[in-house]
Structures are given as C-alpha cells and as structure tokens.
Design a protein around this ligand. Sequence first.
Ligand SMILES: NC(=O)c1ccc[n+]([C@@H]2O[C@H](COP(=O)([O-])OP(=O)(O)OC[C@H]3O[C@@H](n4cnc5c(N)ncnc54)[C@H](OP(=O)(O)O)[C@@H]3O)[C@@H](O)[C@H]2O)c1
Length: 288
Amino acid sequence: MERVLITGARGYLASLAQLYNAGRYEFVRVSHTDVDFRDPRGVEEFVRSADFDVCLHMAADATTAHCEKDPEGTHRVNTESAIAIARACHERRRRVVFISTEQCFNASGGTAPFSEDDEQASTTRYGQQKMEADAWIRANVDDYLILRFSWMFGLALPGVKPSPNILTNVMATLRSGEPAAFRVHERRNMTYAQRFASQLPQILALPSGAYHFASQNGRTTYETARLVAERLGCSAAELDRLILPDEKTYAERPRDFRLASEKIQAAGIELGTFEEDLDACLRDFGLA
Ligand SMILES: NC(=O)c1ccc[n+]([C@@H]2O[C@H](COP(=O)([O-])OP(=O)(O)OC[C@H]3O[C@@H](n4cnc5c(N)ncnc54)[C@H](OP(=O)(O)O)[C@@H]3O)[C@@H](O)[C@H]2O)c1
C-alpha cells in the first residue's frame, strides 16, 4: 500500500482525507506535536529520514489574523517549512503535494476567474506566504502538485472538525439568532470539501503541475449566505433579519478572486457549482 506522509494530520481537510481513504493508503501522520513547523531545518531533516512514497503537505497556519500579527513566525510555518519539505521530497525523488489558495489572487491585476498561469498578487500575509512557496515549488521541483483551493465548506464528522466556512458561519447565525453581515463586494468560489477527500486517489495521480480546485459560484458572499439560509429552511422574514449585507468592506475596490477549474476538470476531476455542492452536503448530513 502506498505510504502517504500527511502533515497537519489533525487539521480539517487532512482528517477528512484520511477518513475517506482509510483503507486505500497507509497514512504517516505528522502533527505540530511531532515536528515544530516554526523550525524549517528540523522539518527538512524529518522529511529526509521519513519512510513514505508521496507527501501531502497540508499543515499551515491558515488564520489570516495570525499571519498579520506574527509575520516572521507564520512565514517559517507557511513558506520556509513548505519549501524545506518540497526540497527534501525533490532530492529524494518523492512527489510533494502543496495546498495553495485562492488568496494568491485577491489583489491580482487580472480578471476572474483566474487560471493557473495568471498573475498572482495578494494583500494578505497569508496569501503572500502561500504565493512564495507556490512559486518556489514551480521553479525548483520536478514532480509536484500544487492545489489552489477555493474556500472549502462542510460539517463535522467523527475526528473531523471543520475550519470556519460559509455553512458553519450561516448555521451559527441561525442558531444564535444574532444577525451577521456578509460581504456584498466579494465574489469567491466555495467548494464542498468532500470533493477533495473522495477524489484523493485520482488527484494524487494527476500529472505534475499546478491546479485550481473550485466549484463555481456566481453569487456574492452575501447572496451565497442568503442561499444557504434559505436551503436550511429560514423564513423570508428571518432571512432579512439575520443575514445582513456588509456594504462597506471592499466597497472601494470590489474583490473577485474566483478560480477557473477547467484544467483539473479536463484531467478527470469532478467539480460543479456551489448550488450542487451545497445540495450534496445538505443531503449527506441529512439536512435536505
Ligand atoms: N479550508 C480552506 O478553505 C482552505 C482553502 C485554501 C487552502 N487551504 C489550505 O489547506 C490546508 C488545510 O487547511 P484546513 O482548513 O484543513 O486547516 P486547519 O484545519 O487549520 O489545519 C491545518 C493544520 O496545520 C497544522 N498547523 C497549524 N498551525 C501550525 C503550526 N504553527 N505549526 C505546525 N502545524 C500547524 C495543524 O495540524 P496538527 O494539529 O496535526 O499539527 C492544523 O490542524 C492548509 O494548508 C490551508 O492553507 C485551506
């Protein structure tokens, strides 16, 4: 059985990937309690001596606010350790899979939806840190996959705790009864995380390269939140009371960092629309 070294093994997408592929791979789990990702040299030494066939590098400090507050520390985790892992994999002739992000395009001068070779620019440290590792891998590694994810969503399962996402955010609003504002001047794709976990074997077999992984979403974040609340059975009056438009954020310069997914779809990976993904998720969790 193929041995998959998986970093950030207790994280949302990593635990989901392991849950869906338990019998398919032997996962060699790495957490920050095993290796300190603020120490890129230690990380590189660890990867040089580990026994694995492919490395699925999922560990990151993905909290934008942490990256702004501690740019050096999070740079070591998100950029330097990612490069160290990629270098060790390259030298050992093992494939490395790096999870990059839509945030690499949040300040791009180009027009959405962005393709894999479009110009990257990001206003956030998190996006910049991912961009730097993403560029290094493309320039220096022979056998790699860079998967640039849109915002992923889903719900909890045993051993799987979702990162904050559109569905958990809207559910929290409906549960608390406290109104929340969602951005009117932002467009981004949102993808059911199970699309990644359930297609992991096909993804790992893709030809080396960078791929965008995103189901397509024609709505603003505000419109998306309203759709989610509607599908969860919220009445029209409650919808207007609870899901409010955030008209201020990015009003000066509306953000659209949607990713085009044609390349990965042409290679056989299935993606869809946000509506399809939402319906699939609600069905899977008995909410539709
Ligand atoms: N969720 C999304 O919408 C999304 C979108 C685009 C890209 N991504 C990328 O996909 C990957 C997984 O995301 P996720 O949503 O599953 O995130 P997550 O739940 O926060 O998982 C990330 C994991 O990385 C490890 N980690 C975090 N901080 C660390 C630190 N300072 N040092 C070492 N390890 C640390 C932890 O795993 P352990 O506890 O096992 O150490 C953590 O659980 C990340 O690389 C993220 O940037 C996610």
